[in-house]
Design a protein around this ligand. Structure first.
Ligand code: COA
Length: 245
């Protein structure tokens, strides 16, 4: 299987899509098919056996709601990461922070030749497990029918300092990815990128914007709540299990 080629494991009415996790051929990334019934422990066990037979050493799931987690947990999966879901109603939107518009920096749409610098920022900002590469960056951009991909650049050095990808379906928006170079943190860059994405969603009459982030990510939670996102009771989790060959 190549990094982009998906395999679908089916069993009765259940199904899951599998790709290597971020191009790492030792880790399988498993996403239950939309519309299928919540994964049973029997199907989760079957996936584990099949993927172990294909040489994978670990399986990681997509972010799952509580009901979807049950079968995986019964099959021996554990919580890799707890995620907090937040929602913004896109009513009053905050203004861009005054410190941002000092002329040295600008926020603009990303261009194809920004991608290497975007990935460099991403790799500095996130822990290795969550790093994007060229393939997974494309997958994020294609995850929704429409997306807005913006960068903040230092005009003199033409260097990317931060980026955000916001996606939308007909009535719902998603803050898909956000990262700021750690050497420029707390300078209003994340704030400007999120506000830009929210304004774009409102221009397209989207009714609400969703985001999720790790439960302990105080910087992201602080940023989102300062901009009017509210924590939702629903918690998601990414689950994983090691595979013995
Ligand atoms: C989260 C992140 C994007 C914030 O970017 P940033 O440019 O540093 O944020 P800003 O300067 O715009 O901060 C705006 C507000 O967010 C909150 N905030 C930002 N960093 C914070 C921190 N470390 N702790 C608590 N609150 C924080 C504050 O309310 C801040 O306002 P203030 O500085 O006036 O107090 C950045 O830390 C990052 O890239 N983190 C790693 C990647 C990540 O977690 N992305 C989001 C995953 S969904």
């Amino acid at each position: 299987m190549s990094a982009t080629e998906a395999e679908v494991i089916r069993w009765g009415a259940e199904g899951a899509r599998v790709v290597p996790w971020r191009g790492d051929r030792t880790i399988a990334y498993l996403t239950p098919l939309i519309g299928a019934r919540p994964t049973s422990s029997a199907f989760a066990t079957r996936c584990v056996e099949q993927l172990a037979g294909q040489g994978f050493g670990k399986v990681v799931t997509s972010a799952l709601g509580p009901l979807e987690q049950t079968g995986f947990l019964a099959a021996g999966f554990q919580v890799e990461e707890d995620l907090q879901v937040l929602c913004h109603q896109l009513g009053d939107l905050p203004r861009r922070s005054p410190s941002f518009g000092d002329g040295r920096r600008c926020l603009r749409r990303a261009r194809a030749n920004d991608h290497p610098a975007v990935l460099a920022v991403d790799n500095c900002a996130f822990s290795p497990f969550w790093h994007l590469d060229r393939t997974t960056l494309s997958e994020v951009l294609e995850a929704t029918p429409r997306s807005r991909f913006c960068v903040v650049v230092d005009k003199a050095a033409n260097g990317v300092l931060g980026y955000a990808i916001t996606g939308r379906t007909r009535d719902r928006g998603f803050l898909q990815r956000l990262a700021v170079d750690p050497s420029c943190s707390r300078q209003g860059i994340g704030r400007a990128l999120v506000i830009d994405g929210l304004c774009w969603l409102r221009r397209w009459r989207v009714e609400r914007a969703m985001v999720n982030t790790q439960l302990g990510n105080d910087a992201a939670l602080g940023l989102y709540e300062s901009l009017g996102f509210r924590r939702q009771p629903l918690r998601l989790a990414v689950l994983s299990t090691g595979l013995s060959r």
